[in-house]
Design a binder for this molecule. Structure first.
Ligand SMILES: Nc1ncnc2c1ncn2[C@@H]1O[C@H](COP(=O)(O)OP(=O)(O)O)[C@@H](O)[C@H]1O
Ligand SMILES: [Mg+2]
Length: 510
């Protein structure tokens, strides 16, 4: 192993070992006690600091973990949600290398290029330039980012292997699952060709809404490591004061922002999963400008239907429906004890204190859901994690614009206005019919089985007769398979002899 990789692995180990030890203790404690615990909160903050210090891979991983209530106590979730993806840009000579190996000499390609980045995040940084007289934005990968991600991920996986057998198996599998998912997805985020295709897809899906702007990519000038698009200036959506000074109706804006994102989720196949305030601006005429299409979720009708069922279950406070939806989403292990999970969900619903879910905010609802998810063997599928992340970010944005904003009410209105609930029920009916047909089929299959079973029951005495010798026979057989090399040869010969006699006895008796 090259020494640089080993050094990095040791560095990661030293940073994360104490974090992980504290986490294991906190996890146990949080499962026993529901109250907010300030010591756990402090440990969560220390964990975030370690993740920040470890650089881009861990900053991104930390963001992923902030949406994993199946793994983290609420105090950790809160700390990880505050993890900011702001990093100083790389020194310009390094950035220049990447731009030039992708596009050619900067001074030949661009009329002007401002070397002061307008933003720096863990995976890339963004510059302003002029191209053929047009103002553009140039998004550039961080230096060596692919290699850094790859070697960090190798180190993480190696370290995780050491944890195998030392931690609860379910926890090990869940962490492994998060890492595998991260590994599969993170390389898409640094491949700007993917981002371009996401942008084009979402732009065409939203084309009917002329108050949403998605920057046009400069054709032929974008590559895997560099993305060039038109510059579209606006006011950041959380700059409420300036928006008001510009005479923009922020209440109406909140509604429109919410509708745009929910429409992607409820009607299209792809949704922007990262609506934090840095990625949304508002043009002077009130149009919504969307940036940053690196993190997107894909959704199809089947998945949408399951999510809607979950929502329907929550709205009706129907814990059985909630459990069915979670099972169908693959979020809840079918091996989980339904009765216990149901009790947990019922208790969580009772915590709504008589309020109807429509009066609750998504954040509250998610907090309740998070608590339940943390208590039970949940394994959240990616689409659900992205959906939860998206809704809580979106709610934050909308509530800043309008403190009275009721996310769930809007969602409800949208569902009825756009006829989605009707579709849901129609699908439900078809599903019910399908299920009934399957049950009928099963019943038909069951008849011969039942017949055989009844015939079998008619001969109980015979069965009893050879049950004991058969068990001993099987026991010896298994023993000989797995333990023979450990048994003395004479003993094993005797065992084989007994086994043979038993075998003959069973045959004769039958
Ligand atoms: N086309 C654009 N026009 C104007 N500003 C942009 C444009 N694209 C990005 N920006 C600005 O740059 C910031 C970072 O870009 P973004 O695509 O979000 O990169 P990152 O993935 O690093 O967060 C955005 O928050 C936005 O302020
Ligand atoms: Mg961004």
């Amino acid at each position: 192993m090259p020494s640089a990789t080993l050094k990095r692995e040791i560095h990661i180990l030293l940073k994360l070992y104490p974090v992980f030890r504290r986490y294991l203790k906190d996890r146990k404690r949080a499962k026993e006690n529901d109250e907010w615990d300030y010591e756990i909160q402090r440990n969560g903050e220390l964990a975030v600091k370690a993740f920040m210090d470890l650089g881009p891979t861990f900053i991104k991983l930390g963001q992923v973990l902030s949406a994993r209530p199946d793994l983290m106590p609420k105090e950790y979730l809160a700390a990880f949600r505050k993890l900011q993806d702001q990093v100083d840009p790389d020194p310009f000579p390094l950035v220049k290398q990447i731009i030039e190996r992708n596009l050619g000499k900067i001074d030949q390609v661009f009329d002007e290029f401002d070397e002061n980045a307008i933003s720096g995040a863990s995976l890339g940084q963004v510059y302003r330039a002029t191209y053929k007289g047009r103002l553009v934005v140039v998004k550039v990968n961080r230096f060596n980012i692919e290699d850094r991600l790859k070697s960090d991920l190798i180190a993480i996986r190696r370290l995780l292997k050491h944890a195998k057998g030392r931690i609860e198996n379910f926890l090990y599998l869940s962490i492994e699952n998060v890492i595998m998912d991260f590994n599969k997805r993170i390389f898409d985020e640094i491949d700007y060709r993917k981002e371009v295709s996401n942008m084009n897809l979402i732009r065409s899906n939203l084309h009917e809404d002329d108050r949403v702007i998605i920057p046009q990519v400069i054709e032929g000038l974008s590559s895997k490591e560099v993305l060039v698009m038109e510059y579209i200036s606006g006011t950041k959506i959380d700059n409420v004061q300036i928006l008001k000074e510009k005479n923009i109706d922020t209440k109406e804006l909140a509604l429109r922002v919410d509708t745009v994102f929910m429409r992607m989720l409820l009607k299209d196949t792809i949704f922007h999963a990262d609506p934090h305030p840095g990625n949304i601006s508002v043009a002077d005429d009130g149009s919504i400008i969307l940036y940053d299409f690196g993190m997107v979720g894909f959704i199809n009708d089947d998945l949408r239907f399951k999510l809607l069922l979950l929502y329907d279950g929550l709205l009706n406070k129907d814990s059985d429906e909630i459990i069915d939806a979670l099972l169908s989403l693959g979020a809840l292990s079918p091996a989980a004890n339904r009765g216990i999970v149901k009790r947990g969900i019922d208790m969580a619903i009772a915590n709504f204190y008589g309020r109807t879910p429509e009066d609750l905010e998504i954040r509250e609802l998610l907090d309740v859901a998070n608590d339940v998810i943390f208590q039970f063997p949940f394994r959240l599928p990616r689409a659900l994690v992205l959906y939860m992340r998206m809704s809580s970010l979106l709610e934050g944005v909308c509530q800043q614009l309008d403190p009275d904003f009721k996310f769930i009410r809007v969602l409800q209105k949208l569902l009825y206005d756009e006829g989605l609930i009707q579709t849901l029920y129609k699908k439900r009916l078809t599903n019910f019919l399908d299920d009934t047909l399957i049950s009928l089929e099963k019943a038909v299959q069951l008849v011969p089985l039942l017949k055989r079973k009844l015939e079998y029951e008619e001969e109980p005495i015979k069965r009893k007769d050879y049950k004991i010798p058969a068990s001993i026979f099987l026991g010896f057989l298994l023993l000989s398979f797995f333990q023979m090399e450990k048994i003395h040869p004479i003993t094993s010969s005797i065992l084989i002899a007994i086994d043979a006699i038993l075998f003959i006895y069973i045959i004769i008796k039958k």
